[in-house]
Design a protein around this ligand. Structure first.
Ligand code: GLN
Ligand code: ZN
Length: 765
């Protein structure tokens, strides 16, 4: 039995790639220096995989920003607006990734979307009628040769043609099927070149196969691979799927001329059943994803052994694999110096998963695996009691009734009462919560952690920042204020630190998008609010102004989705436990005079099952309830806001309304405001603040640009329901761009108001 992984984290054990890239963006290092860092990371990754005895070592899983963007560049799918900048190849790539504003022009970044059900984000390729898909990139070959020079034979990884065409956005008349011939030719060419280089196996990632597939999708998939696999040039082709099962396309996968099929036995609810009922082709290798690529718990060998024994009856050729790329877990436990051994022994990050694969391989080659010492040690680990139970919390959750999920009075009545209470101007302006987390803010937190700054001085510093932030908002002229979230390292970690049941890591960074990484905390036991979490900051901020100050909390579903969850209780149970804790905080804020409370559900969509048929039952039913439980206890005049980091909720629009918030803000600027039509069509009830500019890019939107966005909104949404805000928190931005951007935002809102009030306006009030 051999071992394989689907991909390895590319940020570096200590986020070296992030820091080097950011230096490069600031013009502090040369492209050569950046490339050197990247090369070191790739070499380290290969070496560690080799040293752990991994049989299939991937290459081309490295990326400077995102693998889908790399594929787009490889296939010549680069919108003309980026090439027209006449920048170097690397800078053209970064312009598409991050937008560009400088001597050579002013363009926005490509749209960015969530990668299936993960917290990773990819850049959406844009295809127009003039796009000519052909193989132009050389990166996969270079990485393959780079590894070969080190004496390591690798398996190049590329995103597959089907997935690429499914993820792309078509801006002209043409659609996916118009590109079948050209993209198939490009992949054939790829195989031909790899054949010449003597590559044994290539891994083609097709995660879109785990989505619901229509008959048309199946046809598209089959027609692509009939062409691509017509001449493999001596290269064996593994088609790799992950994040679910391939129930719709399993038969075709088996029939096509693939040499290996990669299936996910962790998230794929039906993977095992498919193999058992439909069997598995004798002439193909089954790459069995049995080691969870998304969570940090040690593998349960007994459970894995059961699956492998079953699979062996159907597939003679089995490779032990991870369930998805290890991109979604942190790099190594080696840098976790503060966690106790009793905790660490339950964890496996990417590097430890390599060791697990090696151990599993060794055990499974024995006649009696269950007698192996490693197997017994693993069984003992998994039978250890480690969960701190909280009876009180469990009882409360067990006794929730329907009325706990209903806020009184109903929406319309609250809306009226709140309009009278707040007397806000039309098109009220606000921000999403955080203000720039400058070097100074981060340095203060580091100093506190290192003991160089006392708790008291740290708090003084935060108060000073809040005061500045309030003054700045007064100066800019916003209507509803925020305190700026300077006390927060991260919108989930901060809350986790105030909750019993959480464990924190030091270096468990995972890439979220580009150079942005997150460090998800770990849910270890039952969750309970240990102390007030935000009250003193919000109350202090409110004391500085008469404008309403939004209390700022992270919602239960997002906290859960951005943590490494427990595997011993259901996600629903964990979500309700967190909801109870946030509810207590909401009531505390209200009791302390905070009139507007925002509960961010930035990641609500994140864990939405990939298949529609699973949405309600497996997820939405409890996720929406958890949110409703958070705010069902507040008074009618308290306004509840929520925020989501994307606009893709056309398909769950009813459920979003069903969260029963009073106001929702969300990302809209990157997706051409198409969401507005959906809101209009559905008579969306909740008041809305569709982001009027993109905060993920450093470019400063002009007042005219924002005004144009507002005009579009006003056409489709009743003005009485519209809010004006950026599309997300400002923490990743600098003050240089934030202040002018917000001034433009307020200026645009003022102009829009005037236009509405003018006698010629068609927008009756
Ligand atoms: N309130 C948070 C902030 O402004 C929301 C962040 C987010 O949606 N990712 O930072
Ligand atoms: Zn956001």
């Amino acid at each position: 039995m051999l071992t394989s992984i689907i991909g390895y984290p590319r940020i570096g054990n200590l986020r070296e790639l992030k820091f080097a890239s950011e230096k490069y963006f600031r013009g502090e290092i040369t492209p050569e220096k950046l490339e050197e860092t990247a090369k070191e990371i790739r070499r380290y990754n290969r070496t560690i995989q080799k040293n752990n005895g991994l049989d299939f070592i991937p290459s081309n899983d490295f990326s400077f920003y995102d693998g889908v963007l790399d594929t787009a560049f490889m296939l010549n799918v680069v919108p003309q607006r980026y090439t027209a900048l006449r920048l170097s190849a690397l800078d053209t790539y970064f312009a598409a990734a991050r937008g560009y504003q400088g001597e050579n022009g002013d363009v926005k970044a490509l749209a960015m979307k969530k990668w299936y059900n993960t917290n990773y984000h990819y850049m959406v390729p844009e295809i127009d009628d003039r796009t000519e898909i052909k193989l132009v990139g050389t990166k996969p070959f270079e990485f393959f040769l780079e590894a070969a020079e080190d004496g390591i034979s690798t398996e190049p990884v590329v995103i597959g043609a089907y997935t690429f065409l499914k993820l792309a956005r078509y801006t002209g008349e043409k659609t996916a099927k118009d590109f079948v011939d050209s993209i198939a030719a490009a992949y054939s060419e790829l195989l031909r070149k790899f054949g010449e280089l003597g590559t044994k196996w290539i891994q083609i990632d097709e995660p879109s196969l785990v989505m619901d597939m229509t008959a048309e999708d199946i046809t598209l998939f089959v027609s692509l691979y009939e062409k691509i696999l017509a001449d493999k040039n001596g290269v064996k082709v593994l088609v790799q799927t992950y994040f679910g099962d391939v129930r719709d396309g399993y038969d075709q996968l088996c029939e096509l001329d693939f040499d290996g099929i990669g299936l996910d036995f962790v998230e794929g609810k039906k993977s095992l059943e498919l193999v058992k009922t439909k069997s598995f082709p004798k002439d193909k290798v089954l790459f069995a994803g049995v080691v969870n690529g998304k969570n940090i718990w040690r593998n349960n060998y007994a459970h894995t052994l059961d699956i492998v024994l079953e699979l062996k009856q159907f597939a003679g050729n089995l490779v032990l694999n991870t369930s998805c790329s290890l991109l979604h877990v942190p790099c190594t436990l080696a840098n976790e110096t503060k966690l106790s051994e009793s905790v660490k022994k339950h964890f496996a990050y990417a590097e430890e998963k390599l060791a697990e694969l090696a151990e599993l391989k060794a055990i499974f080659s024995l006649d009696h695996p269950a007698e192996a010492e490693e197997y017994c040690r693993n069984a003992a680990l998994h039978s250890e009691p480690r969960i701190n139970e909280n009876r009180e919390v469990r009882d409360k959750i067990a006794h929730l009734t329907d009325s706990d999920f209903f806020r009184q009075p109903e929406f319309k009545e609250r809306e009226k009462i709140q309009k009278e209470r707040f007397c806000l101007p039309l098109l009220p302006t606000t921000t999403i919560g955080s203000f720039p987390q400058t070097k100074e803010v981060k340095a203060a937190r580091t100093a506190l952690r290192k003991g160089e700054l006392s708790q008291e001085d740290y708090e003084k510093f935060i108060k000073k920042k809040i005061k500045e932030c309030v003054a700045l908002q007064e100066e800019i002229g916003l209507d509803v204020f925020v305190h700026g979230e300077f006390e927060r390292n991260d919108m989930v970690e901060y809350f986790g630190e105030c909750l019993d049941g959480y464990i924190f890591t030091e270096k468990a960074w995972v890439q979220s998008y580009g150079t942005r990484c997150v460090k998800p905390p770990v849910i270890w036991g039952d969750i309970k609010r240990a102390k007030p979490m935000t009250v003193k900051w919000s109350v202090y901020a409110q004391s500085l102004t008469d404008k309403p100050m939004k209390g700022m909390l992270t919602g239960p579903v997002t906290i859960l989705n951005w943590s490494f969850p427990r595997e011993d209780i259901s996600l629903k149970e964990s979500a309700f436990q967190i909801a109870l804790a946030i509810r207590e905080e909401v009531l505390d804020l209200e009791a302390n005079g905070i009139r507007i409370i925002q509960v961010d559900e930035a990641a609500l969509r994140e864990k939405l099952p990939l298949r529609r048929s699973d949405w309600r039952e497996d997820y939405l039913d409890w996720a929406i309830k958890a949110f409703r439980y958070v705010h069902s206890g507040v008074r009618c005049e308290t306004q509840i806001h929520t925020h989501m980091c994307y606009s893709e909720f056309s398909d769950i629009i009813k459920e979003i309304d069903d969260m029963d918030a009073d106001v929702i803000t969300f990302e809209a600027s990157r997706s051409d405001l198409t969401i507005l039509d959906v809101l209009q069509k559905n008579n969306f009830r909740t008041e809305v603040g569709p982001g009027v500019y993109d905060i993920h890019s450093p470019r400063i939107p002009s007042k005219e640009e924002i005004k144009a966005a507002i005009d579009k909104m006003v056409e489709r949404i009743p003005v009485s329901k519209l809010w004006i805000n950026p599309d997300c928190g400002l923490k990743t931005r600098g003050n240089e761009e934030t202040v002018p951007s917000l001034k433009h935002l307020v200026g645009a809102a003022i102009e829009a108001r005037a236009a509405i009030h003018s006698p010629s306006s068609t927008f009756g009030l």
